[in-house]
Design a protein around this ligand. Structure first.
Ligand SMILES: [Zn+2]
Length: 271
């Protein structure tokens, strides 16, 4: 499933082909993904110029000179194919730029989405309203987490996955960040100390930045005919390593299920 680093890398990869470009042709090959495509999608995007691109949580943003932003989510299996050699079955939306670049949004399972939103009103758009700060932005601070966790008895891991507290953090990144920060995933959020929160914020940012950097090195692949969006060969310290020795202390990495998701951690290193 594409996580925040994959979305960020996708946005950077697409920006090379879209920013400043006019969209000459828009082809919609089916009526919907998780929900219907906006009825005015083709009309709004055809002839529009892409001004800039961005990301909010796990959503990609394509801003246009028509004061509308195309917002996409990759769901479970979505990926953009750059300059595809030939159409594929699940290319549901195809954009062609004035200079001839072809970009296809391919989504076999169709859990993704495409919306058109007034650029000025993006912050109050349904999924973005009430969303917490970006994990890589200036608003994620130990102080913010202290306030968000105040008096909360839920496990710290659960609250880090809450989009209202931090936007776009997925299970892998939360496990890895808690390990780096030395915090037990099942610790009551309200009892996590200030020094621990001061370690947690940079740990979150480092885990994400390293993944983005790993993906960045594959960006050139986007220009290849297949334009595949690959998973990054990230090396996790605890995630997916149940029973293997901890990279720090050698104790076996443990796993338990929290809120329906696997949590991986080290009893020695996380307190
Ligand atoms: Zn350990």
């Amino acid at each position: 499933m594409p996580e925040l680093p994959e979305v960020e890398t996708t946005v950077r990869g697409l920006a090379r082909f879209l920013e400043g470009e006019r969209i000459a042709r828009v082809q919609v090959n089916r009526p919907d993904l998780r929900r219907p495509f906006p009825p005015d999608l083709v009309q709004t995007l055809t002839g529009a110029r892409v001004t800039t691109m961005g990301r909010r949580a796990k959503y990609g943003l394509i801003h246009t000179d028509r004061e509308r932003t195309m917002v996409f989510h990759l769901g479970m299996s979505g990926r953009w194919r750059i300059e595809p050699e030939r159409p594929e079955k699940h290319d549901h939306l195809v954009l062609e730029t004035e200079s001839g670049h072809v970009l296809a949004l391919n989504d076999a399972r169709r859990f993704g989405s495409v919306d058109l939103v007034e650029t000025d009103g993006l912050e109050s758009w349904g999924p973005f309203a009430g969303m917490g700060p970006e994990p890589l932005g200036p608003d994620l601070t130990p102080r913010h987490l202290k306030q968000a966790f105040q008096g909360r008895t839920a496990p710290v891991k659960q609250l880090l996955l809450d989009q209202a507290i931090v936007a776009g953090l997925g299970n892998i990144y939360v496990c890895e960040a808690l390990f780096r920060a030395g915090i037990r995933p099942d610790k009551e959020a309200g009892r996590v100390s200030r020094p621990a929160l001061a370690r947690l914020v940079p740990a979150i940012q480092q885990v994400l930045s390293e993944s983005i950097a790993a993906g960045g090195s594959t960006i050139r692949d986007y220009a290849q005919p297949t334009g595949e969006l690959g998973y990054f060969a990230a090396s996790w310290q605890v995630y997916g390593r149940e029973g293997e020795p901890c990279t720090t202390c050698g104790a076996p990495v443990l796993r338990f299920v929290q809120g329906g998701r696997s949590t991986f951690w080290c009893r020695q290193c996380q307190r």
